[in-house]
Write a protein of this length. Sequence first.
Length: 60
Amino acid sequence: MILSCDEHIEWALDDFVDKYSETPLLNKVEKTHNISTTCEYCQNDAIYIVSNIDSPTKCG
């Protein structure tokens, strides 16, 4: 799972494909809780979760 801001989403998608050699799932981070979630490439708020179908992360 990779957390990414809008600016770095292409990096996150490329890194995921390079690492797992499969098509990633792309979901928006839900801001229902006041939890600070930052991009893995900078300190901006994460907007997207890049994961695979086997990831335990639940979105939506």
